[in-house]
Design a protein. Structure first.
Lengths: 253, 309
């Protein structure tokens, strides 16, 4: 195992975050705070409670998950796309480092940034709404699994993309809509039966539901099903990454 | 002695169907400077990229110091440093951090003293904290070399190292390459500048359309394929080549003031004595005589042209 190479990639990516602090951390935190104000205060004042918690507290897990999904994808996709764009990817490919180590470096850094962001949003939210975390270990598990899984997805997008438009298209047209329709701001129990069934095809529902369960003990779907779906999605992403490095897709062709 | 790089039957076909390399066989000796010449699109960069692990070979085998580049890629790649053709740098990084990053990628622990020395040798010491985007093209090229040398490779690939750099920097780089050779580093360089190969290389390979046309010692190549020209500057211009000289295959310059005789340096008899006797018999006098050896560039052009025709 080339630990020094993993560390080099990880530190390199984290240094980029430090250089772009406004874009990487401050901007998503401000966006989330705005969601709290608009949805939590303005709309929440008209909704008494959902699953026994105030509406403001109800949307906290969903908002954290929304940031986690979008930022994991954005960080990881940009992290691997930029060296491809500038041509500096040659040094990664010519270094004595395995595909697995490359993934650990890039995905590890992207996931770290997302988790950091999630924690900051959680702390910020605790100042705005009363929060309780029923199952903290499960919360940490979901934070880890989700950030790693979606960082893997971002890594795949960063290798697939051939220009900046393609880099943006999946997060904008797929990830964000799925997150909004995945129960960030509502419980899927509140939907008509037909749309409840449709929602079950949205993988983000399982992530948000499981994550919300760790906060409130209430969930739209069974917690084990949420965990299983998260693992399935992670396995799919890992398999795709493995295929990319085995075939050299868009890297070594 | 076992070659440091051994390439056998290497072929590379891109997804587009373009065959960039066609069953290339090549051995690079330890400690030598090997120049790979070829026109644009000949396959030089593809050959380097494949050895370094940037492109997957379609067929064939490459061994670096006995290590297969696929099965034992860690051992093989750790011996290699690469300076690519393009100035591909992390614009927002400092010189120090980008060189340290490359060293880390190759699994080497931080060595500030060594990086400091490397930057000094490449006249980059005062730029260590400068962002790369603020450097000139020549400085960026030096940074690329510093990165390639940061992990102390035993083999250095230089892909068109002096393309677009000024004369002073080119001389500096040649000195750096000579210094590396002295320290035992094997250097493979591709270049468009024949002058560069002529100046630096121990051996030369010529590649065209993905095929390695020729590999030879530079001196042998110059000797075997070299042509010399003998030019007689006449005292009085001639209107045509006199009949006795026609058999000697001489040509007359357009203004009739020079007789030019081309001969092979490797022929048993050059025919110079016989030519000069005939010139004397014809009553032709000359005020000066000069000989010119064909340059590597002419040899290269002849090789590539012959193949194409």
């Amino acid at each position: 195992m080339n630990y020094l190479a993993i560390l080099a990639i990880y530190k390199f990516e984290m240094a980029r975050t430090a250089r772009t602090l406004m874009q990487s951390i401050v901007s998503p935190v401000i966006s989330t705070c705005l969601y709290f104000v608009v949805f939590g205060a303005a709309i929440g004042s008209r909704i008494t409670s959902i699953d026994g918690v105030t509406y403001g507290a109800f949307i906290v897990p969903g908002l954290i998950m929304l940031s986690l999904l979008t930022q994991s994808v954005a960080n990881a996709s940009f992290g691997i796309y930029f060296p491809r764009f500038t041509g500096t990817i040659y040094e990664i490919l010519s270094a004595p480092i395995s595909a697995f180590e490359i993934v650990i470096g890039y995905v590890g850094a992207a996931a770290t940034k997302s988790i950091l962001l999630g924690v900051i949003i959680l702390v910020t939210a605790s100042f705005i709404v009363p929060l309780r975390i029923e199952h903290p270990l499960v919360m940490v598990l979901f934070l880890l699994l989700t950030s790693i899984t979606f960082s893997l997805l971002g890594f795949i997008i960063g290798i697939w993309a051939e220009n900046f438009e393609q880099l943006q298209i999946v997060p904008l047209l797929v990830i964000t809509p799925l997150a909004f329709l995945g129960g960030t701001f509502y419980s899927i129990d509140m939907l008509p039966p037909f749309w409840q069934t449709v929602s079950l095809f949205n993988p983000v529902v399982y992530l948000i539901s499981g994550f919300r369960w760790s906060f409130t003990g209430e969930a739209d779907v069974n917690i084990w099903l949420s965990l299983a779906m998260t693992f399935v999605f992670m396995t799919a992403c890992l398999s795709t990454v493995w295929w990319i490095f085995r075939t050299g897709y868009r890297l070594k062709q | 002695m076992e070659p440091i790089i051994s390439i056998s039957g290497l072929s590379k076909t891109y997804a587009s169907g373009f065959q960039a390399l066609k069953s290339v066989n090549l051995e690079i000796n330890r400690g030598e400077i090997f120049a790979l010449l070829g026109p644009n699109g000949a396959g030089k960069t593809t050959l380097i990229s494949t050895v370094c692990g940037i492109a997957n070979p379609t067929a064939g085998q490459i061994r670096v110091d006995g290590h297969d580049i696929v099965a034992n890629y860690r051992q093989a790649r750790s011996l290699i440093g690469l300076v690519p053709q393009e100035l591909t740098t992390d614009a927002f990084e400092t010189v120090w951090s980008t060189v340290s990053f490359t060293r880390g990628l190759f699994g080497k622990p931080p060595a500030p003293d060594q990086i400091e020395q490397l930057l000094s040798e490449l006249s980059l010491a005062d730029k260590r904290n400068s962002m790369i985007m603020t450097l000139s093209g020549g400085m960026k090229r030096r940074v690329m070399i510093a990165k390639a040398l940061s992990h102390e490779p035993r083999i250095l690939f230089l892909d068109e190292p002096t393309a677009g750099v000024d004369v002073e920097l080119r001389r500096d780089m040649w000195n750096t390459v000579r210094r590396l050779k002295k320290s035992g580093v094997t250097i493979i360089l591709t270049t468009h500048y024949i002058e560069e190969a002529e100046e630096m290389a121990d051996r030369i390979g010529v590649i065209n359309h993905g095929e390695l046309i020729l590999v030879a010692e530079k001196s042998d190549l110059m000797r075997q394929l070299g042509r010399k020209q003998l030019t007689l500057q006449l005292n009085a211009p001639l209107s045509a080549v006199p009949p006795p000289l026609v058999d000697h295959d001489v040509t007359l310059s357009a203004d009739g003031t020079e007789l030019v005789y081309t001969y092979s340096t490797t022929a048993e008899r050059t025919g110079i004595t016989r030519l000069l006797n005939t010139v004397s018999e014809c009553g032709i006098t000359f005020r000066d005589i000069q000989t010119d050896q064909s340059s590597l560039e002419e040899i290269f052009v002849n090789l590539v042209t012959d193949r194409q025709s």
